[in-house]
Design a protein around this ligand. Sequence first.
Ligand SMILES: NC(=O)c1ccc[n+]([C@@H]2O[C@H](COP(=O)([O-])OP(=O)(O)OC[C@H]3O[C@@H](n4cnc5c(N)ncnc54)[C@H](O)[C@@H]3O)[C@@H](O)[C@H]2O)c1
Ligand SMILES: [Fe+2]
Length: 376
Amino acid sequence: MGEFILKTKIYTGENSCDKIHEFTIEKAFIFCDPFMLKSRKTDLIVSRLNEMNAQYQIFADVVPDPDMRVIQKGLNQFNKFCPDTVFALGGGSAIDTAKAVVHLYTMMHQISRPQMIAIPTTSGTGSEVTSFAVISDHDAGTKYPLVDAAMIPDAVFLDPMLTATVPPAITADTGMDVLTHALEAFVSIKANDFTDAMAEKAMRTVWDYLERCVTDGGDLAAREHMHNASCMAGAAFNEASLGICHSMAHALGAQFHLPHGRCNAMLLPIIIEYNAGLILQEGNDALLRYLEIARLLGISAGTNQASVYALVRQIRELMRRIGIPAHLSELNIEKEKYINAIDHMTESALKDRCTVTNPRIPKAEHIKQMYMKLYG
Ligand SMILES: NC(=O)c1ccc[n+]([C@@H]2O[C@H](COP(=O)([O-])OP(=O)(O)OC[C@H]3O[C@@H](n4cnc5c(N)ncnc54)[C@H](O)[C@@H]3O)[C@@H](O)[C@H]2O)c1
Ligand SMILES: [Fe+2]
């Protein structure tokens, strides 16, 4: 049995935010991080709210990888204002903070939620169309998701202009998050024709446009394609879910404070090799699905296995060109500290909800070996 629901109204392209006028808004609450306020990206919303004579408040304390502290702080301010509309302006961290605050607010007061409008400024998480909000627990070194379809925003504005200021390293990391969402959704045991359609288009788009966005942040045509791809990959994984690349990335990112997309990118080639049975061999159920991906991206070699190897090689090549290291040893992570963390990260990864939809059921030993391989 399959399912595909796309609840969010999606507005695309430059100036799409003009459509804010079409919404009935009297009291709006805006979530963003300090950079959005300082660089006056909030003006995009505020100017329209002023034209509509709507009241507003801004919560500009969002931090990367939000934890309960920032969510509680947002909730305190939110409770005093009781808005009818919520704007989330920023990357996944701002959108997830908004979702979590609104979720807690509606649960506390037992009321229907205010309308939610997401305006992503990174092309990465797809959080604007998903029922997830990822919360970090920095003390415990883990991340866990809040999951509720009621958190899916009502509308999203995908304005590529907003992403033009994203620096190359963050463009690369978040773009690889999109590729990972699409690939994991495609090989997920919950994939169906509808999620495949979204995932396929997202993969091909990343393949064609990510490097252009990294090389020239002002390339708005490429930025627009990547922004749409991020949203499509979100729609795919919202139904198909993800896999152990995300499970392992959540644990790694929470433990060593590395960007989410970068963790996924560095793990992705190893996970493909594992899921396709190219390493730690035990079965190769997903080999044919990866072969489909390779063909979609125009990659082929002699045998099925050789084609999937070529796919892995080309993903590594892309990473090298956009400046993402292949191994953790290239980052400032002490080897002993890393090895000591592997047991804890493995435990978290196995418990992560993304693990159950992975095409190959991993053993703890396999996860540990893959974490070792990642160090290099
Ligand atoms: N809810 C979901 O479905 C979902 C899916 C995947 C990941 N996540 C979570 O989302 C978070 C990561 O989100 P992200 O990758 O978008 O990064 P982010 O929101 O943490 O932003 C990363 C950095 O980019 C900066 N930035 C954002 N937009 C910018 C712009 N236009 N110009 C310049 N700088 C800009 C931010 O200020 C921040 O410093 C993590 O917590 C991750 O676990 C959520
Ligand atoms: Fe992700």
